[in-house]
Design a protein around this ligand. Sequence first.
Ligand code: CA
Length: 221
Amino acid sequence: MRLLIVEDDAALARGILKVFRNEGLAVDHVSRGQDALEIVRLEPYSAVILDLGLPDMDGLAVLKQMRAAHVNVPILILTARDATSDRVQGLDQGADDYLSKPFAIQELEARVRALIRRGQGNPEPVMTLGTLKLDRATGATYVAGELLDLTRRERAVLETLMVKVGSVVPKTRLTADVFGYDDPVGPNALEVYIARLRRKLEPSGLEIVTVRGLGYLLRTK
Ligand code: CA
């Protein structure tokens, strides 16, 4: 899952970034509307957090241009307290949700997670595949009821494979879902996570198949 934060308040952006990185999302941050309009066309984002008060342009204009360009990613706007007209205009112009500043970071987390799930057509937080169960709200993963010890990136890879179960997920897509622009990534980083996941999934009756030249596929053995 990959998230874009468009926010010019550096301290707030850092806080949001940290929280979602800890959850295993790949997170990018820009502080200008123009940069947001460019980057959103380059990466397969699962959600965008868009502040409406940006230094170079009005966030509502950014929103409007994204939707006009058929960027269909779920967008949550951050508005000033009591700015009812901003919220109404934002929703009317294609925002999926809003949060007024100041907000509790836990609420932002929960709302963004819900947006991502809905955007993938699967609002239910718990995904099950055979004996494997992944709770997307808490991140807890179980095989036959036993808690599976996964790092955040292993979980992010598994989550993407589960969302697309039965179809081949391209390596580029998995990499985009796990690593942000600022993450230092070695050439074989993804393979390392896949190898670890295979080992941990051994008792599950599931396997991650390498489809040469295309990507990876999660399926029951
Ligand atoms: Ca701002």
